[in-house]
Ligand binder design. Sequence first.
Ligand SMILES: Nc1ncnc2c1ncn2[C@@H]1O[C@H](COP(=O)(O)OP(=O)(O)OP(=O)(O)O)[C@@H](O)[C@H]1O
Length: 846
Amino acid sequence: MASVEVRSVRKSAALRPRGPGKLQPARSMPLDYRYSAAGGRKAANGVGARVAVAPEEEEEEEGVEVGVVGFEGDADSPYSSQAATTEESPAGAGSPSQRDARWGDTSSYGARKKHRVFCQLPNGDWALCTVITTSGDDSVLKLPEGKVLRLKTESLEAANPEILDGVDDLMQLSYLSEPSVLYNLQYRYSQDLIYTKAGPVLVAVNPFKKVPLYGNEYIDAYRNKTKDSPHVYAIADSALREMKRDEVNQSIIISGESGAGKTETAKIAMQYLASLGGGGGIEYEILQTNPILEAFGNAKTLRNDNSSRFGKLIEIHFSTTGRICGAMIQTFGERSYHIFYQLCAGAPASLRDKLNMKKADEYKYLKQSCCYSIAGVDDAQMFRTVTEAMNIVHISKEDQDNVFTMVSAVLWLGDVSFTVIDNENHVEIVVDEAAETVTRLLGCSIEDLNLALSKRHMKVNNENIVQKLTLSQAIDTRDALAKSLYASLFEWLVEQINKSLSVGKRRTGRSISILDIYGFESFDRNSFEQFCINYANERLQQHFNRHLFKLEQEEYVEDGIDWAKVEFEDNQNCLNLFEKKPLGLLSLLDEESTFPNATDLTFANKLKQHLNNNSCFRGERGKAFAVRHYAGEVAYDTSGFLEKNRDLLHMDSIQFLAKCKSSLPQMFASKMLSQSDNPLPVPYRNSAADSQKLSVAMKFKGQLFQLMQRLESTTPHFIRCIKPNNLQLPAIYEQGLVLQQLKCCGVLEVVRISRSGYPTRMTHQKFARRYGFLLLEDVASQDPLSVSVAILHQFNILPEMYQVGYTKLFFRTGQIGKLEDTRNRTLHGFKAVSEGIKPVAMQGNE
Ligand SMILES: Nc1ncnc2c1ncn2[C@@H]1O[C@H](COP(=O)(O)OP(=O)(O)OP(=O)(O)O)[C@@H](O)[C@H]1O
């Protein structure tokens, strides 16, 4: 979206911080929201169920032996034979076990002496405690810090035995309740184990400090498989292996809220791929795109000191030998900028003179935030890092100068001021240092600049007239020009980077794409930006659902294996609400944007008129409406929607750029003109209603569709980044905040389905071809199914760990990995691990 104002740099309404609890609480989520039974409502129950503990009772209970957790041999233990099942078990109404039955993981549960349980504290957090006694409906519990309290037994949640504390895959938890998951992640987080698997998904909790988990030693360990704990490296490694093994493009899809760690995670994944696939030098260039994109595309916001204001897909291409041979970056969305501060702080004297640079706090656009530095960041040093990175990705010195000239022009444009020349508030620009510097940097005359910013050509009743602009119109025109110059500059820069990384003829079609996209947003006030971001997240969620729930289960059914369907929340209805033609949110927005007399209020009324019966839509008072997103309900304020959606840079401004003598403005203008497929001759395309230019929302939708298409042809690997606190500080883990994010991305359902499902599959042919040589006999002439079954027997894969479908074998997690290890060891000439098997034939192997 080119809709973020330049003046929003480092602080703007759109980038306001998200304070604790700003995401909608369960109360405001859809009524049928799947977690409601276990989440917010229970908070009320838990707290309401509290009964005061009399001091003497406390005394008495203190005497009871605590601290020993004895689960072995206990009928209620998750380790008892019937409890080990992953199937849902019936449970008493309203009991925690019933609530958790939805997770399909709990056996019938009753609080027993010495059991560990979770109880909910008045602040809503869950605390792990020990049952001291149970009598009637109540249990007396001991909190970790020694306090004793009495609660209704039915408000308690079963806790897993100590042996499961901190397991590295949530799938291993016997009780998969919200408190268990929160506790497990917190347990690991407190030991700097920030990565945890949730079945196929990697959960990454932002440490907000350096953790000793990266670098060559770790990369080697994951490459050589001497480490297998959850890690971004492990995900990147799987992507690389699967790309080679299956000859299918891969994607690593990283999502999470602002400040959750997506960009860092993307860099860590790139680092691993560069290290394993590198050698030719291009990998270094790819890594160096990060400082450039961050300088021009990231800004300090109150939520994140280095917040990406754009989405990024980087496609890394590999040669047939598995070496990186190029990359391509696609960006989408809004952008704002560290580079202003870096240029002010770091430009060498000659450049400073040439661009007539001032200090950051002297520019109007930068003054508004009163925030000129970021703790721990040296802007001048960053400027040198950026220019060095530009050298590495082959952006010539001349082009670099042109880029910084534009950055300076944007800053100086903000300082261009106006004088009122008549009593109708019409204006002219003030010819001062600002105006003169802008004209020098862009290569135009003062007259041209004045004309562009103070007058507008209009077509009224087929007649061309020149309208003088009022002060506020002139300011808007100036800001729109600055914003558009910057947006064009960013786009151009990405194009140059792509040229430099271009794969050209070396392209093999094999690639790993890393997607770093802004997460779901819900603030007190949500505008057009949140509307677009949340729409994108609905699409991505559907991709996630499709791969982890829908396709997976469809495949089981199609292949005829024994499978009980697991329900999941499909967000198709919400996507329809956005995309349906002609009565979806986007179509209605576009239609209204083309009416000259339409206002944000008429738009809101139109939505209410047509969509009130849609279960995902709720009309609100005045200009507001709410959407029931998969992650909760968000209320949008339509103020500014139409203007932001039109986002028209007036033709006078485009023509002004086209006339400038500097090379970049000319290039930007011709691009803007070519992007517009308006049939009218240019001089007459003068009003918003005339323009056939794609609306911002439609452009966004188009980019999103392209992105989804690209992702659809890849095998996805998902990483969900979690922000443990809003303070950007280490060692603070806010349960409510973490839970909200886990809910937003359906982590618990994924674990549930993966635990009972068969995430790895392979056709009989491929399986026989790949592992057949490990059998003692010559299998070339046998049919693939018999060979497959023979392999399964040979390697003692337990019957509950796989299913044989019509066309494929389906495995529970981890089974193929064992076979793969054996295959690799055998291929490398080692003795096969399993019962002294030696290969007799190597037929059919790659
Ligand atoms: N693995 C990590 N190790 C150390 N610090 C981290 C890690 N991941 C994130 N951080 C810290 O958190 C900050 C925010 O991370 P990042 O910029 O990646 O968030 P983001 O999700 O991309 O946010 P946005 O959507 O606003 O761009 C980083 O600047 C860094 O300080």
